[in-house]
Design a protein around this ligand. Structure first.
Ligand SMILES: [Fe+2]
Ligand SMILES: [Fe+2]
Length: 411
């Protein structure tokens, strides 16, 4: 058996398989190809692959049934759809129910496809290295953490050539608290708003669909956890939410300091700040006892939460959050920003957004927006403060802007 990573591609369209075969030729992966589901299952029985990439709609055995079987028979194999039925209900449902962990749209972009495969293989290796308990736990979850329903509806309104803002506004309007949040940010000075935003449709236009999608995701994630965190002492969901929003606000302002005209990058920093700690929500939901032990250990021994987590479950909320973001097919910049928010590292993906998230997380705590009670003081690499021209004066400006934005929040 070779040590090379194994990928199995399944598609009944021979032209697609041929194209994939020639694309993968220069990679050091052991790739196998099957043109139907039964053959794929037989190949997996002979020798399992770390990764299966399958068409979603096939005549002999549907891709959804195939991946459901693979999930049962080979739980550690990562499952990806490669499909031109991106917004098909069944495909979106398969993602929400965890039968597939990623969806790649056809026609694919070669570099992007390879990057996704590379990152999935990293995830497979990462999962294998986890403590057996954690690995078993992740694989035994009846459903992977699912995407909130409204998020699915919002995503479904976006296709390659058009965005259905009317339908998106309608989906969001069903939810009062979400609507309030959107109207709040639509009118916020943070997004440079000058006129009154009094409808969801206007808020979507002002904020842009990327921000809207991620606000929906974070709102739903905060809410899903609200009931489950009652028993975790030290984790107050309102404090947590405030910390996330403060980090998002600061990250956006930091990028504005160095790229005042690049609104898209400022938005990406906001999104990264908003979701950087979502690994904690995953832990609160799925591993509450272990998470409680980590919080207690960190506060008793005055060590960082990450260090306490490492000693209990050999990973931390940053790694788990990144894993969750990968499962949810969130964009690579977000996965990397989540992964490195406690330990900045130079990555090829959006290094400045990464750095902004790392610094903003630190500053949010300095400005008294800690994410949990008893949070240990963090340290920061001073080089990153220089990157954003931060000194006492600019930090004070950041602090007062952040305080005024947070105090106006409808939490
Ligand atoms: Fe964190
Ligand atoms: Fe944080």
């Amino acid at each position: 058996m070779s040590d090379r990573s194994k990928i199995l591609f399944v598609d009944e369209d021979i032209a697609v398989l041929n194209a994939l075969q020639s694309l993968m030729r220069d990679e050091d992966w052991e790739c196998r190809f099957a043109d139907n589901g039964s053959e794929a299952l037989a190949l997996m029985a002979q020798e399992p692959a770390e990764l299966i990439v399958s068409a979603a709609v096939m005549t002999e055995m549907d891709g959804i049934n195939l991946l459901t079987d693979i999930r049962r028979l080979h739980p550690s194999t990562i499952r990806i759809f490669l499909t031109d039925h991106f917004h098909h209900d069944a495909v979106v449902r398969a993602l929400a129910e965890g039968h597939t962990q990623q969806i790649i749209q056809k026609p694919w972009i070669d570099l992007e496809l390879k990057e996704i495969l590379r990152s999935a293989l990293r995830q497979a290796t990462y999962q294998r290295k986890q403590s057996p308990e954690l690995q078993e736990l992740i694989n035994s979850l009846p459903l992977l953490p699912t995407l909130p329903e409204t998020y699915g509806q919002v995503r479904a309104c976006i296709s390659d050539d058009e965005i259905d803002i009317e339908r998106m506004a309608e989906a969001i309007s069903q939810d009062v608290s979400l609507s309030t949040t959107l109207l709040h940010w639509g009118n916020s000075a943070l997004f440079g708003q000058r006129f009154l935003v009094d409808t969801i449709k206007k808020a979507i236009i002002v904020l842009g669909t990327d921000i809207v999608e991620n606000l929906v995701l974070s709102e739903a994630a905060f809410r899903a956890v609200k009931t489950n965190t009652r028993n975790i002492s030290g984790l107050d969901i309102n404090l947590f939410k405030e910390h996330s929003i403060a980090t998002a606000t600061i990250a956006r302002l930091l990028i504005k300091f160095i790229h005042s005209n690049n609104v898209a990058m400022q938005d990406r920093a906001f999104i990264a700040g908003l979701l950087h700690d979502m690994g904690k929500l995953f832990l609160a939901n799925y591993l509450p006892e272990q998470f409680q032990r980590a919080i207690d250990l960190a506060s008793q021994n005055q060590i960082s939460l990450s260090a306490a987590e490492q000693s209990i479950y050999q990973t931390d909320h940053a790694q788990l959050g990144a894993m969750l973001a990968e499962w949810w097919s969130l964009p690579p910049f977000l996965v990397e920003a989540i992964r490195s928010h406690h330990q900045a590292r130079t990555t090829p993906v959006e290094a400045e957004v990464n750095a902004a998230t790392y610094v903003a997380n630190y500053l949010a705590c300095q400005f008294s927006f800690a994410s949990h009670i008893g949070q240990h003081d963090m340290e920061i690499d001073p080089g990153y403060l220089e990157l954003f021209h931060l000194n006492e004066e600019t930090i004070d400006v950041l602090k007062s802007k952040t305080l005024s934005i947070i105090s106006a929040l409808p939490i």
